[in-house]
Design a protein around this ligand. Structure first.
Ligand code: SF4
Length: 421
């Protein structure tokens, strides 16, 4: 049996309280199980426990067998001198502190089905271990867990944004520009896009924001894509502009090999995404400030339509003409950028500035967007959990990646219900 299930039973007070007594036969009353300790040292800090007529305050150590105390050499470790109670499944020996004093022990008694349910769950090979049982968990309970999961996901994203802000002198526009560029790579070219934005300061683009040719020259040139044979007037102009701007801003272009075209639909070619990014930069200055001022779905949809310049309406690559077609972002692409970049940035900004209304607005935006469509969300649907909107899908992605995949069912609120059915 795993020790973690004993921790879980202790932490959630799932033991049978009236049956508790030390191995010496003294009655034990648990006033407070203490706070779980994730660092070195005893498992729970600051517990309050009445043994016989004496109230003790201190730490608790938990093991499957009492002899694990000795196996782990705790009897020689100062950190374990403060243990007031040793909680075990099987008390196979007495244990002692460094000074030789005996430590009270209890054998934990709890409903056997908790342990059986846990073992079944951990052995399960289905898409998620609780696939057969999740249908019995009340919807209202799952909804409140989703809210916690979503908060957890946004906090993770906020940590990444804070790190980026630290690296960019707390410059919100620059950090937003880098993250936004990454999202234009849609996975396959995300790293290259991020490298492009990091190597090309927003201030350089800002100085030329009213001239689309110069914006495109800076982006395509810095992306390393103007080394191709420039075979038409537009490409030739771009190259000429970039040669000038490169010297002006002392730029070192990326290597063209960073960009991937293999297995991409032409609409996703980096050339088209860069042209759309150029269109966005050209049409808007102080992008993040404008979003903060107007965090409305209609405005955001218009802003991220991201149309290309005329040349790219008839090209997918330099010098290769194709049928004319407007290449702007579709709904799915806009949603992806709003979900993964815009909303986390809004939430982070609102949190740091103490703007509760804007924080609420960011969450409302998430609720107003369609759920993402991918294999994980389809998997959840197959076990009966339908993502109604992006709030739900983000929460479910978090649950699968950080709990189910690692079988962290003891830390999951659905797991709590499943274990105690
Ligand atoms: S982590 Fe939660 S939802 Fe995932 S399998 Fe375990 S109990 Fe089920």
């Amino acid at each position: 049996m795993k020790e973690s299930i004993l921790h879980y039973i202790w932490q959630h007070k799932l033991f049978t309280p009236h049956s508790l007594q030390t191995t010496e036969g003294e009655k034990v009353e648990i006033i407070d199980v203490g706070k779980i300790n994730t660092d070195a040292g005893p498992d729970f800090f600051n517990a309050k426990i009445k043994i016989g007529e004496t109230l003790w305050a201190g730490n608790v150590e938990i093991h499957t067998r009492a002899s694990d105390w000795k196996n782990h050499n705790h009897q020689a470790d100062q950190a374990y001198n403060s243990v007031i109670l040793h909680v075990v499944k099987k008390a196979d020996m007495d244990i002692f502190r460094l000074d030789g004093e005996k430590i009270p022990q209890i054998e934990l008694i709890y409903p056997q089905h908790i342990e059986e349910n846990y073992e079944k769950l951990i052995a399960e090979q289905k898409w998620i271990p609780c696939a057969e049982k999740i249908g019995n968990v009340p919807a209202i309970f799952i909804q409140s867990w989703k809210t916690t999961l979503l908060t957890e996901r946004l906090e993770q994203k906020m940590n990444a944004i804070s790190q980026l802000l630290d690296n960019n002198n707390q410059h919100w526009e620059e950090a937003f520009y880098i993250t936004l560029a990454r999202s234009f790579g849609f996975g396959t070219n995300s790293q290259a896009f991020e490298a492009l934005a990091k190597s090309l300061p927003l201030s350089a683009l800002g100085k030329h924001k009213n001239n689309i040719l110069q914006i495109e020259a800076l982006l395509f040139g810095q992306a390393g894509l103007l080394t191709e044979q420039m075979s038409d007037e537009y490409s030739f102009q771009l190259k000429k502009e970039f040669d000038f701007l490169k010297a002006k801003f002392n730029l070192q272009p990326l290597k063209p090999e960073q960009w991937k075209l293999l297995r991409l639909r032409p609409d996703n070619f980096p050339h088209i995404r860069i042209a759309q990014f150029a269109g966005l930069i050209h049409g808007s200055s102080k992008l993040f400030s404008r979003i903060v001022e107007q965090p409305e779905i209609k405005y955001l949809n218009e802003l991220f339509t991201c149309e290309t310049s005329d040349y790219w309406k008839t090209h997918y690559l330099f010098g290769h003409e194709s049928t004319q077609r407007t290449k702007k972002f579709g709904k799915t692409s806009i949603n992806s950028i709003l979900i993964n970049t815009v909303i986390p940035f809004l939430f982070c900004y609102a949190s740091q500035k103490g703007m509760q209304e804007l924080k609420d607005k960011a969450l409302q935006l998430l609720e107003s967007l369609q759920a993402e469509q991918n294999a994980v969300i389809t998997g959840w649907k197959s076990v009966g959990l339908q993502a109604e909107n992006a709030f739900d899908s983000q929460a479910l992605l978090q649950l699968k990646k950080y709990y189910c995949d690692d079988k962290k069912c003891l830390r999951c609120r659905i797991g709590h219900k499943v274990l105690t059915f």
